[in-house]
Design a protein around this ligand. Structure first.
Ligand code: AMP
Ligand code: MG
Length: 402
């Protein structure tokens, strides 16, 4: 048995250099990470643009305009958004302009429609406006040639919008790994099946699908295997075609816990099969060629916790993400806790805010099969292997689940 730190070191070492780059259409890039810097290939805005509906004029003409003494100008043209005026806003002239329209030659300011009155070809201006008002100048947001986004930036909706405004339809990103999921066990039924004596529903399949989804990936779901060497072998061989293979169940000491043997038979090099963590002690990690293989424990909470602890960081690393661990925050323990020493414990806790502070207490029974307490928790509290009790009121660090 090894400790968590050692286990992570091994996983980290064995996942070095895996993954790669791919080009994707920007709309499919959400949550991916840029593999190269993005440069602005144009100024933004690309032309001097009116920020208001109003009139493009010379500021010196209307400097002295007021409610009492309005100044009248001749309207000589109109600029709609998307069109341009060939005319020049000369002395005593105004060109009507819509928001987004290109500011015509001669004009150095835009007076808002709200401070004017139109009468045929004439516009009366009731307020003096200084030079440069209501104009967004070319390149004001972004100058052509500058780096706008660095390699390693996560693609968010705003990044997609920015790329769209720069006309960048394809980007290079870290390739998302292909993840295969295999659940196994003779006792398992699918979600819609009627419960029969001795059977339970396969919840791990759904847990793992959605945990992989949380990383922004749609996994490949292999057909569930029975507890026979042949069936597991066949499906493991299929799963080894992907970047990661995740199995659940069949890795403890029972007569039908055949997964590790199957991995070995399939040529998977095993690096460890037990980690000092509770829940989740039996967990197999191995590698075949470039495929990383995780034999996760079958107990539903152990499956999910070992995924968060060991699998999710690797998936995110493949994807070029730097934020690979759960977010941490300080909290105050709201109850006394006693724990058996020996392994690092990961407790399911629930946070509550009081007096602007975060308090945590256990979200229910902490058994490895108790999904309810996991469903009711919003954070994990990791307790070092040698700790036996923590008193109410102690400051602790928790890992947030979202
Ligand atoms: P195993 O490691 O196969 O002995 O499984 C440990 C426990 O987890 C047993 O009680 C199994 O019935 C349960 N289990 C295994 N796989 C699943 C699954 N896919 N969904 C829900 N429970 C499971
Ligand atoms: Mg089993």
């Amino acid at each position: 048995m090894i400790d968590i730190v050692k286990a992570k070191e091994i996983i980290d070492r064995e996942s070095q250099g895996l993954g790669g780059m791919e080009e994707v259409s920007i709309v499919n890039g959400l949550n991916s990470v840029l593999f190269s810097d993005i440069y602005a290939n144009t100024d933004l805005p690309p032309y001097d643009r009116s920020a208001m509906d109003g009139y493009a004029v010379r500021s010196e003409d209307i400097e002295k305009a007021s409610e009492d003494i309005p100044i009248a100008l001749n309207i000589i043209d109109m600029v709609l958004a998307g069109s341009v005026s060939e005319k020049e806003a000369g002395h005593g002239k105004a060109i009507k302009i819509m928001t987004g329209g290109k500011v015509p030659a001669g004009a150095d300011t835009v007076v808002m429609k709200e401070f004017t009155e139109e009468d045929g070809d004439i516009v009366k201006v009731y307020k003096g406006v200084t030079k440069g008002k209501n104009i967004c100048y070319r390149g004001e947001d972004i100058k052509k040639g500058r780096i706008v986004l660095k390699k390693g930036s996560k693609i968010t909706p705003a990044v997609i919008a920015l790329c769209a405004s720069l006309g960048i339809s394809k980007v290079s990103v870290y390739k998302k790994p292909k993840v295969a999921i295999l659940t196994l066990g003779n006792e398992l039924l699918d979600i819609d099946e009627e419960l029969r004596d001795g059977k339970i529903r396969d919840s791990n399949k759904y847990a793992l699908i959605s945990q992989v989804n949380e990383c922004g990936i749609y996994p490949v779901i292999l057909e569930r295997a029975d507890d026979t060497f042949e069936d597991i072998y066949k499906k493991v061989i299929e799963g080894l075609n992907w970047d990661l293979l995740l199995t659940s169940g069949g890795i403890s000491v029972g007569d039908f816990d055949l997964v590790k043997k199957v991995f070995e038979e399939a040529g998977v090099k095993i690096f460890f099969d037990k980690v000092a963590i509770k829940p989740g002690k039996p967990i197999v990690f191995g590698k075949k060629d470039k495929t990383l293989v995780f034999g996760l424990p079958g107990n539903p909470v152990s499956t999910m916790i070992t995924f968060y602890e060991f699998v999710k960081p690797v998936i995110l690393k493949f994807m070029g993400r730097e934020d690979i661990s759960l977010r941490e925050t300080e909290a105050i323990l709201d109850e006394d806790i006693t724990i058996k020493p020996g392994r690092v414990k990961i407790l399911r806790v629930r946070t509550i805010k009081r007096d602007n502070k975060i308090f945590v207490s256990m979200s229910g029974h902490q058994g490895s099969a108790n999904l309810l307490s996991l469903a009711l928790s919003d954070a994990f509290l990791k307790i070092p292997a040698d700790k036996t009790e923590i008193k109410r009121g102690t400051k602790v660090t928790i890992q947030l689940l979202s």
